[in-house]
Unconditional design. Structure first.
Length: 392
């Protein structure tokens, strides 16, 4: 961390060059003594990325930014605020603090928050930024959070950990036992140290695999932002032996779409099936990740088109956590059918269908966009079909 970057003239330069050509900037000598052009470019690039992901940081003067990799690994403000509200606690320990977005939002609910980060430079950056953001109830520790927790016999109401999903060879990993630290062997100590343990994992981790590796799981939260799954959160409690609740949430500009179900109940739930009726429903990305397809249909009293299509239909329109469409017509899929449709522009989706969206667009010369939506899918009785819809 270079303190000269925080000088007023340098900060003004970073703000005034928000949209500068970074490659060109790197080729020029730095206008400031003791600051390399690469450092200026890094601050400008990371600040640009923070504009959407971390708008509070972007709007606050005197913020010091890490390299773009650290910023990319940081939670967004939306997801950080969501997780902080899940388990409000007086005392929180964040064992893998990173850039500090999660820690900061935990401080909004807690009396005290302990931030731990093994990378000393990143810890220094976060410490500086907490002060700029006015978070005076956060204390910081530059070192291995797990060692600090166990050696000092620390306890808290909530412990949060986001294990690194990079192997020693810098390759991406997904199973918890492959992450660093490997918390699967440390669970007894972690659960003994806190009333609630919150673990963040990769969106790619399968729920069944996660439940095999983790014990005492109370809730699993699948968090999407604008229909893109960003993270999976696991809430664990010492002594808990009840049923696991799966909560899916899609954070959109219009609000939150929430759907929940008991993980064990999904195995015994049954679906009803129908060919397309008046309305079509497409679950959001968080629900698709959860696999709660039988529970979804049962809760909303909807029929599935096919066991593997994961599209739903009904005669009457209902509220739904996903996209809703008014069906215009349903046709069997064939070249002749596509010629009859004579649609040159449409939003194309496939579900349980042998061709890709790109292949369909190329084969039938359909450009993207417009008010028409085409779903290429399989129905329980009709087989491969094309559903023409209008979005509601």
């Amino acid at each position: 961390m270079n303190p000269k970057i925080l000088h007023t003239q340098v900060q003004d330069f970073i703000r005034n060059n928000a949209h500068a050509d970074l490659y060109r900037l790197l080729l020029q000598p730095s206008p400031f003594t003791g600051i390399h052009a690469r450092e200026l470019a890094e601050q400008i690039e990371s600040r640009q990325k923070a504009a959407h992901k971390l708008p509070l940081w972007h709007a606050t003067g005197g913020i010091y930014y890490p390299n773009k990799r650290n910023l990319e690994q940081s939670s967004s403000e939306r997801t950080a605020a969501y997780k902080a509200a899940l388990a409000p606690a007086k005392k929180v320990i964040d064992l893998t603090g990173g850039f500090g977005a999660d820690t900061f939002y935990f401080s909004k609910y807690a009396e005290t928050v302990q931030y731990c980060e093994a990378d000393p430079e990143l810890a220094a950056i976060a410490t500086h930024n907490f002060a700029r953001l006015g978070a005076d109830n956060i204390t910081t520790y530059a070192g291995d959070g797990m060692e600090w927790l166990f050696q000092e016999a620390r306890t808290a109401d909530l412990i949060y950990i986001d294990p690194s999903r990079r192997s020693k060879q810098k390759k991406r990993v997904f199973l918890l036992s492959d992450c660093h630290p490997d918390i699967t062997g440390l669970l007894p100590g972690l659960l003994a140290a806190a009333a609630t343990l919150m673990v963040k994992t990769s969106p790619l981790l399968d729920l069944t695999a996660g439940l095999r590796e983790l014990d005492r799981v109370k809730e699993v939260h699948i968090v999407a932002v604008n229909n893109e799954v960003k993270e999976v959160l696991w809430l664990l409690g010492e002594g808990f032996s009840g049923k696991v609740e799966v909560i899916t949430v899609n954070l959109t500009d219009a609000g939150k779409e929430v759907f929940s179900f008991a993980f064990d109940h999904e195995k015994s739930a049954t679906s009803t099936y129908s060919d397309p009726l008046s309305y079509l429903y497409e679950p959001n990305a968080a629900i698709m990740k959860s696999g709660g397809f039988q529970s979804l249909g049962a809760q909303y009293q909807l029929h599935k088109l096919h066991e593997h299509s994961h599209l739903y239909t009904s005669h009457a329109l209902v509220a739904f956590p996903g996209r809703r469409f008014h069906i215009q017509r349903v046709l069997p899929f064939s070249r002749k059918t596509m010629q009859q449709l004579a649609i040159e522009k449409a939003n194309v989706s496939t579900r349980n269908f042998p061709e890709t969206v790109a292949g369909i667009r190329k084969r039938f010369k359909i450009s993207d966009g417009g008010p028409v939506y085409l779903f290429f899918t399989k129905s329980i009785d009709l087989g491969l079909i094309v559903i023409e819809c209008k979005k509601i």
